[in-house]
Design a protein around this ligand. Structure first.
Ligand code: NAD
Length: 491
């Protein structure tokens, strides 16, 4: 069986002793690898290695452009190893091969390439100053930062943490989800191949409650960039206060795709289907609430039903497959529970709604793409994050009601508006309380467009140049050059 270990100083830790956790292929339920987890001593060792690498002459003397060259080589290596990375991710997550090859691998490379070009574009500001002084504000890396990842997009997420952190000059320790560690280890190995000094990218494998906690509690980690659930994000933010660590939290969502009667209904329906069912709905920005204007609700529902029936769910190795399994057993059970809750709340299942038993994949975590109608805005399925292939249709009377329903949940991650009325588009962008809003499109704009979560979806920002600046701290300097500057405020 394949064995994987933490990456410390460019080396994969040997497989002797220590706690292990098996890695499961969610399409089949089979064990595909065994990982060696980090206890607190191992985390201490990793942090020491990261500190040493960060302070090394090699890293400190590397120019920003030099860091950019390393990242360019890394992006090239992601493309050169696309088969291997896609194979690992497919086994680890059950994602369809077409989704990996056509979307996630190219996106991973483009995120790394974006930050390769950004590394030497970090600019401070010279301030207006009284005669005799020169004042400026500059940006510096935090030092050693930690990137804690969820299981839904392991490869894309590891790139989203490593590339901006390194572009800004930090050393980073990655803690992947214990459910999906394979591509984090493979990616860290590519970092070495790309010429990134050993120890600048380390990987701590293990559970959140032990390995993750040890990272959160370590005094030499100056910033935590966390992507995961709102509950764990809140816990991390509370704990970070004790050591005044900087935190970036990208958390849950309960996003709305809003279709007005004047929209191109066919395109809007395609967007609704892709948004709800890509990655089997395990996507933070996916729109699991579909708000449709009353006058076109039944017409739109019919279009949706036709399209959902065409989705090919099944063997991830098949090039035509569009929807794979749930990535973890726990999430599979959660999503099935929500379908039951929806029925109990009086919703109607108009498509799917059941677990699937696929030939040769009986142990896998498969759920039919599910559409619910008759959903009220305050029901649990309409307010809580399901993180599975479940789309809830809610109808609305007018623009004001669409805004009210959309903003009524505790989350504020993304939204998508479909209308041909330009003025309404602008009003909706202004009115919706989410970090990103797509108008007549969905999930466009990566990697240059930042994703700044609102409300309980988090704090801080990822992606875009803003996502790199989030890995920098500021420093101001006031320098006297004529010896006349006084102590105190020179107003
Ligand atoms: P999770 O919160 O359970 O775990 C996320 C990571 O945190 C894992 O690596 C886990 O091991 C670790 N962790 C858990 N407890 C910890 C602790 N006490 N200390 C330190 N680390 C700990 O989330 P998940 O189930 O892996 O992922 C699904 C969630 O992630 C969903 O809520 C989804 O919306 C969210 N998500 C958000 C975004 C975004 O950009 N906003 C992107 C992807 C996923």
């Amino acid at each position: 069986m394949k064995k994987i270990g933490p990456i410390i100083n460019g080396e994969e830790l040997d497989f002797t002793g220590g706690d292990t956790v098996d890695v499961i292929n969610p399409a089949t339920g089979e064990v595909i690898a065994r990982q060696l987890c980090c206890n607190s001593e191992c985390v201490n060792e990793i942090v020491e290695s990261s500190k040493k690498a960060f302070n090394s002459e090699e890293w400190q003397r590397m120019s920003p452009a030099g860091r950019g060259h390393c990242l360019t080589r890394l992006a090239d290596l992601v493309e050169a190893h696309s088969e291997e990375l896609a194979g690992l991710e497919l086994q680890d997550t059950g994602k369809p091969v077409s989704q990996l090859k056509n979307s996630e691998i190219p996106l991973t490379a483009s995120i790394v390439r974006f930050y390769a070009g950004a590394a030497d574009k970090i600019e401070g500001r010279v301030k207006s100053a009284s005669t005799g002084t020169f004042q400026f504000t500059m940006y510096e890396p935090y030092g050693v930062v930690a990137g804690i990842l969820p299981w839904n997009y392991p490869l894309v997420n590891v790139a989203m943490k490593i590339a901006p952190a390194l572009a800004a000059g930090n050393a980073i320790i990655i803690k992947p989800s214990v459910d999906t560690p394979l591509t984090s280890v493979a990616f860290a190995k590519l970092c070495i191949k790309a010429g990134i000094p050993k120890g600048i990218v380390n990987v701590a494998l293990g559970k959140g409650s032990s390995t993750g906690q040890s990272l959160i509690e370590h005094p030499d980690i100056k910033k935590i960039s966390f992507t995961g659930s709102t509950a764990i994000g809140q816990q991390i933010q509370r704990q970070a206060v004790d050591q005044m660590k900087a935190v970036n939290l990208e958390l849950g969502g309960k996003n709305a795709l809003i279709v007005f009667a004047d929209a191109d209904l066919d395109k809007a329906a395609n967007a609704a289907i892709i948004s709800a069912f890509v990655n089997a709905g395990q996507l933070c920005v996916s729109c699991s609430r579909l708000l449709v204007e009353e006058s076109v609700a039944s017409e739109f529902q019919a279009i949706l039903k036709e399209k959902v029936n065409k989705l090919i769910v099944g063997d991830p190795n098949n090039e035509d497959t569009l929807v794979g399994p749930m990535i973890t057993k726990a999430q599979y059970e959660t999503a099935l529970d929500y379908i039951k809750i929806a029925s109990d709340e009086g919703c109607k299942v108009i498509s799917g709604g059941k677990k699937m038993n696929l030939p040769n994949m009986a142990g896998g975590f498969w759920i039919e793409p599910t559409i619910l109608s008759g959903v009220k805005a305050d029901m649990r399925v309409a307010t809580e994050e399901i993180f599975g292939p479940v789309l809830s249709i809610i109808s609305f009377k007018d623009e004001a009601e669409a805004v009210k329903i959309s903003n009524s949940v505790m989350y504020g991650l993304s939204g998508s508006v479909w209308t041909t009325d330009g003025s309404r588009s602008m009003r909706m962008v202004k009115a919706l309380n989410t970090g990103i809003i797509w108008v007549n499109c969905m999930m466009e704009g990566y990697p240059q467009t930042p994703l700044p979560p609102h409300k309980m979806s988090g704090t801080g920002v990822e992606l875009g140049l803003e996502g790199m600046m989030a890995y920098c701290k500021q420093k101001s300097a006031v320098m006297s050059y004529d010896n006349k500057a006084t102590v105190g405020w020179n107003l």
